[in-house]
Design a protein around this ligand. Structure first.
Ligand SMILES: C=C(O[C@H]1C=CC=C(C(=O)O)[C@@H]1O)C(=O)O
Length: 350
């Protein structure tokens, strides 16, 4: 595929690019910059890459990029091989202890829900082109991307969560929460239903002032690779007095990646997670391209370091899960391991 070759060429020249495919579409899109300028996102139209909190929000502006599309046509061997991640006892111990601390805070009434995450580091050199091809064909219902900027790094992911779709004042988002490993007979426990309802209520509350005709669908099971989630679709008409960016800022970060109330949950995360999320659980996608905004939450993702000069070749996989008063630390840890498999399944090492 031509765009894969163009991405390789941009990477070799250390020039920014993004390749992406939208859920259930067979079209690969590419934005390519011809120089390595770092454009800070200030509502210009383009491909946005925004952090969870307080990092530089980057854009590949439409006006500064070469933009291409082509049909997806990949042929790779063995799309299902899974690299086993060795169990890290220390990581397990520290993650479980933060989960227990969070449950104790919830019981004290400090907040209702918090999403806690961790970073799994694997010291291997990733072949990003082969890995991305595997990701493209393995998760056709996800937003699948690989993004690179020499001043920021390389990220790749297959996210099931839409943050916002805005087309001609029609606003759509989703409330996604609750996780199980895929099987034929899925039954949802009360804990997961409560967790998902909290996300729905949070979004309704945050966008209530910005949209008319707010509508929420029934909750249904959504498959995301080897996992399933509970999901409902939320929509409305953006009021003429509000801009797109205002409503986006009102919902990011949703309580599917941060918690509620927002500030207390975010403070707990910043104080206890012990690492910087960077762009994990931020958002990315098209901002006002052909009058459409189509943004996704950066989940099921990894950061790829391919730097032979600094001898830094590794990949960090980012995974998190929602903690409520009924959370069990052991189960939450297993959930993060299961989520990591989304990326582990597609990584190809050199
Ligand atoms: C925070 C993540 O997932 C969120 C999205 C769906 C279900 C989730 C859960 O069940 O905890 C999380 O809120 C992640 O994948 O890192």
């Amino acid at each position: 595929m031509k765009l894969l070759d163009k991405a390789t060429s941009n990477f070799n020249k250390q020039l920014p690019f993004v390749l992406y495919a939208k859920p259930n579409e067979q079209i690969l899109h590419g934005f390519f910059q011809e120089n390595d300028a770092l454009h800070v996102f200030e509502n210009q139209s383009g491909f946005v890459f925004s952090s969870f909190y307080n990092q530089t929000n980057v854009v590949f502006p439409e006006s500064e990029s070469e933009i291409f599309q082509e049909e997806i046509n990949v042929e790779i061997e063995d799309a299902s091989a899974l690299i086993e991640n060795e169990l890290d006892e220390n990581a397990q111990y520290s993650f479980k202890s933060i989960v227990r601390k969070a449950v104790a805070e919830i019981e004290k009434g400090s907040f209702e829900k918090v999403v806690l995450s961790r970073k799994i580091e694997i010291s291997q050199t990733v072949d990003f082109i082969k890995s991305y091809q595997k990701l493209l064909i393995s998760y056709p219902t996800a937003f699948r991307y690989v993004w690179f900027h020499p001043k920021v790094g390389m990220w790749m992911g297959a996210t099931p969560e839409q943050l916002a779709k805005i087309n001609n004042k029609t606003f759509e988002t989703v409330a996604l929460a609750g996780t199980q490993v895929f099987s034929e007979n899925i039954l949802w426990q009360e804990k997961e239903q409560v967790e998902q309802q909290l996300v729905t209520d949070y979004i309704k509350n945050r966008i209530g002032n910005f949209v008319d005709n707010l509508a929420v669908s029934d909750t249904y099971t959504h498959r995301a690779g080897n996992l399933v989630h509970l999901k409902s679709d939320i929509s409305g008409e953006l009021k003429p007095s509000f801009s797109e960016i205002e409503v986006i800022q009102a919902i990011h970060p949703t309580s599917a990646v941060c918690g509620m109330p927002l500030q207390a949950a975010r403070n707990f995360i910043l104080e206890h997670e012990n690492y910087n999320r960077n762009y994990y659980s931020g958002f990315l996608g098209e901002f006002q391209i052909q009058e459409q905004t189509n943004l996704f939450v950066n989940l099921r993702c990894c950061e790829i370091f391919n730097d032979n000069i600094k001898n830094q070749n590794k990949v960090n996989i980012y995974v998190g899960c929602g903690i409520t008063k009924d959370s069990n630390a052991n189960k939450e840890f297993i959930e993060t391991e299961n989520k990591a498999k989304t990326i582990l399944r597609v990584l190809v090492f050199k």
